[in-house]
Design a binder for this molecule. Structure first.
Ligand code: KG4
Ligand code: ZN
Length: 362
């Protein structure tokens, strides 16, 4: 089955062409650099970008795949979660193509896409994560800018949520701490680079909720602990923070390079140790056949190393997409997931009825 997949959930205009699980083309366009000035994504800017670039990116991806629109069997599109008006741009384009060229339509949950990114293969059929199919039961973790969720899967497309963050997502914490350290947006990759140069034992940041008997996380307190530490370093600040302190602005002006690197390394260590502590507990309770991980934060090499060690010690096979473009937002994961929606016959019957669901959950 040949699929044209669209993801416009945030600020990447991403199109993928796939045949079954094989990715024939993945073309993404992002104007992230211009969003940097705002310290985040401006929805109206993202919408404008999608409207402008969807057509050329679709043309380019069909060219890369050496296919025409008539070769496509199904259009798959992300309908949530994400920014409402950004999602809308992709959904409208998907409807337009389906009506004009008489194609079937599948609406895909972006977070299911991140989980199924682990089953993507290259054009020759080589699995990007090293696994051809899921073995159940498995544990699936999503770690992105908006999510930190843990699921037990007993079969394809069956998800039981067993844990999640109670406040900030882990990627969000990276972006907020990155902003305090003057790293721009999004900060994950830059923070990782600085952390490699720093001492992860320099500051003893908390591992929130590490001894609770559930599989939940909290990253908001950790982020605030970094803020207090910065304030202390800058002015001997010890008192109660005032409301303005929580605006997460650039606090880095008086910090030297070594201090910034040490703060980045110590924050990253605490965030990842929090993840590992709960994953260790979940593996020992559920004894899964594998642990699969998707989302932008799995691009981080330090985290990958920690997870490899955890899974080696617990004899649990670990799979995550190796290429960076398959970890962060992309339409290929939407194409891969669409194969499993199709197996369950989850086509949209009335094409016009597909609507965006910004807060969509698995
Ligand atoms: O999956 P994704 O591209 O978008 C969402 O669905 O949210 O994830 C983006 C998140 C951002 O918060 C970004 O800072 C984080 O992934 N990220 C990283 C790294 N690369 C991206 N976090 C830590 N280390 C990285 N190398
Ligand atoms: Zn995402």
């Amino acid at each position: 089955m040949k699929i044209l997949a669209i993801d416009t959930s945030c600020d990447d205009t991403s199109i993928s062409i796939s045949e079954d699980l094989n990715i024939l083309a993945n073309v993404s366009w992002s104007k992230l650099k211009t969003h940097n000035d705002f310290g985040g994504v401006v929805p109206s800017e993202a919408k404008r970008q999608h409207k402008e670039f969807l057509d050329p990116v679709i043309t380019e991806s069909l060219n890369v795949a050496h296919l025409g629109i008539n070769d496509i069997d199904v259009v798959a599109v992300t309908y949530g979660p994400g920014l409402a008006i950004a999602l809308e741009a992709g959904i409208q384009k998907a409807k337009e193509i389906c009506c004009k060229h008489n194609k079937k339509l599948i609406g895909v949950n972006h977070m299911i896409g991140h989980i199924y990114s682990c089953l993507a293969k290259d054009a020759e059929g080589n699995a990007y994560s090293g696994v051809d199919d899921f073995e159940f039961p498995l544990l699936a973790l999503t770690i992105s800018g908006g999510h930190t969720d843990l699921y037990l899967m007993k079969s394809h497309m069956e998800f039981e949520k067993i844990g999640g963050t109670l406040d900030d997502a882990i990627g969000e914490a990276f972006d907020k701490v990155g902003r305090m350290l003057g790293l721009g947006f999004p900060a994950g990759h830059k923070l990782e680079t600085l952390a490699k140069l720093g001492n992860s034992f320099a500051y003893d940041f908390p591992r929130p909720m590490h001894n609770t008997n559930d599989f939940n996380w909290s990253f908001s307190g950790l982020k605030t602990a970094v803020l207090y530490q910065i304030k202390k370093l800058q002015s001997g600040y010890e008192g109660n923070p005032i409301k303005d302190d929580f605006k997460m602005k650039d606090e880095s002006n008086n910090l030297d390079e070594t201090t910034i690197n040490n703060l980045a390394a110590s924050f990253q260590e605490a965030a990842f140790e929090s993840l590992i502590i709960k994953l260790r507990k979940a593996i020992s309770q559920y004894n899964p056949k594998m642990l699969v991980i998707g989302g932008g934060v799995i691009a981080n090499q330090t985290l990958r190393n920690k997870l490899e060690t955890l899974c080696r010690n617990s004899n649990t096979p670990l799979f995550y997409p190796k290429p960076m473009w398959l970890c962060t937002d992309n339409a290929s994961m939407i194409a891969v997931a669409a194969n499993f929606y199709a197996q369950k016959n989850l086509y949209i019957k009335d094409i016009e009825s597909l609507d965006r669901v910004p807060g969509l959950e698995i």
